[in-house]
Design a protein around this ligand. Structure first.
Ligand code: SF4
Ligand code: SF4
Length: 72
């Protein structure tokens, strides 16, 4: 079964939380790390539950999210 890896470019993020709001699995949470722009970028809480729907990447206005598919 395919697994998905979601990566955030924390320095591009503006902390808008759209990715978090649109994730159907609710596995995106905002971190406490502050980037160079003064925003807290998100992180994945339970990577194994990601279904690779790409909603988070499509919603991100700053192109800060990449999704990778890994086959077993
Ligand atoms: S790809 Fe889909 S399920 Fe995975 S983190 Fe993004 S919105 Fe959530
Ligand atoms: S949608 Fe993009 S800019 Fe907004 S919080 Fe998520 S990663 Fe950051």
């Amino acid at each position: 079964m395919a697994k998905f890896l979601v990566k955030f470019d924390g320095e591009k993020c503006k902390g808008c939380e759209l990715c978090r709001n649109f994730c159907p699995k609710k596995i995106i949470v905002m971190s406490t790390h502050i980037n160079n722009k003064g925003y807290c970028p998100p992180m994945i809480e339970r990577q194994e539950e990601c279904i690779g729907c790409t909603s988070c990447a499509l919603m991100c206005p700053d192109g800060a999210i990449s999704i990778y598919k890994e086959e077993d």
